[in-house]
Design a protein around this ligand. Structure first.
Ligand SMILES: CC(C)(COP(=O)(O)OP(=O)(O)OC[C@H]1O[C@@H](n2cnc3c(N)ncnc32)[C@H](O)[C@@H]1OP(=O)(O)O)[C@@H](O)C(=O)NCCC(=O)NCCS
Length: 205
C-alpha cells in the first residue's frame, strides 16, 4: 500500500494527451465534485450506464456517491478525467479502482460525446501507472460479453481475457503490472517511488 497524502490530493493529478490531441487532466474526485459527478453519470446514455454498472441505473444511489467522493476509504479510489472547454472544467470520464490482495480491480467510463477520441485508452494507461504505485502485480476488470468497446479497448491495451469467476455473462480482462513503467509517467508513481526511496535511505549520522 502506498503512503498517500489525503490532505493534498492535487499532487496526484496527471495531465494526459489523448490520441485526438486533447489535453485531459486525471485527478482524484473530491467532495466538491459530487454534483458534477452525479450529472456526468445521469448524462451518459442508458447503454453506457448499463455497461459501466453492469445493470440498469439512472444515477448513483446517495450512499454510493458518498463512497465515490471519499477516496481512499477501504482502499477504493475514484478519479475523473476533465477537460477545459470555454474556460470551464468538464468531466469527460471517470474511473474507480480498488486495491485488494495485491491486485487492482477497476471500472471506467467516458462521456458518450467524447468516446472514440483515445481518452479511454489514455485513462487506462494512467490507471496502470497508478496501480504500479501501489505495488500491485495485476490490474483486472469484468465487463459484459456484449461490450465490444471495452473488450476492444482491453485488447488494444494488451489485456488477456478469461471467463469471469462470478458471472457467465461477464468476461474478465487482466494484465500483469510492470513496475518499471518509466514510459507511463504519473504523479502517483513518482510520489510512491520518492517515499520508498526516503524510507530506505540510510540515516545521516
Ligand atoms: C469502453 C470505453 C471506456 C472506451 O473509451 P473510448 O475513449 O471511447 O476508447 P478509445 O477512443 O480510447 O479507444 C481505444 C481503443 O478501444 C477500442 N474501441 C473503442 N471503442 C470501440 C468500439 N465501439 N468497438 C470496438 N472497439 C472499440 C479500439 O481498439 C480503440 O482503438 P482505435 O481507436 O485505435 O481503434 C467507452 O466506450 C465507454 O465509456 N463505454 C461505456 C462504459 C463502459 O462500457 N465501461 C466499461 C466497464 S468496465
Amino acid at each position: 500500500m502506498t503512503t498517500m497524502r489525503f490532505d493534498d490530493l492535487k499532487q496526484y493529478s496527471d495531465l494526459l494527451r489523448a490520441r485526438s490531441g486533447h489535453h485531459v487532466t486525471v485527478r482524484f474526485v473530491e467532495p466538491r465534485d459530487a454534483d458534477a459527478l452525479q450529472n456526468y453519470f445521469r448524462a451518459l446514455t442508458t447503454r453506457s450506464r448499463y455497461n459501466r454498472f453492469l445493470g440498469a441505473t439512472r444515477e448513483l444511489p446517495p450512499s454510493v456517491l458518498d463512497q465515490f467522493i471519499h477516496i481512499g476509504e477501504a482502499d477504493r479510489f475514484s478519479v475523473i478525467a476533465t477537460m477545459l472547454v470555454d474556460g470551464h472544467e468538464i468531466i469527460v470520464g471517470e474511473a474507480r479502482y480498488a486495491f485488494e490482495h495485491g491486485s487492482i480491480e477497476f471500472g471506467l467510463s467516458i462521456d458518450d460525446r467524447w468516446q472514440g477520441h483515445g481518452i479511454g485508452k489514455a485513462l487506462l494507461k494512467n490507471l496502470e501507472c497508478r496501480a504500479a504505485s501501489f505495488g500491485a502485480d495485476r490490474l483486472f476488470g469484468d465487463t459484459l460479453r456484449s461490450n465490444e468497446a471495452m473488450i476492444g479497448l482491453a485488447r488494444k491495451s494488451g489485456y488477456a481475457f478469461m471467463p469471469s469467476p462470478n458471472d457467465w455473462k461477464l468476461v474478465r480482462f487482466e494484465k500483469p503490472i510492470d513496475s518499471d513503467i518509466g514510459d507511463i509517467p504519473c504523479a502517483s508513481w513518482k510520489l510512491a517511488a520518492a517515499s520508498r526511496h526516503l524510507a530506505t535511505a540510510p540515516l545521516a549520522g
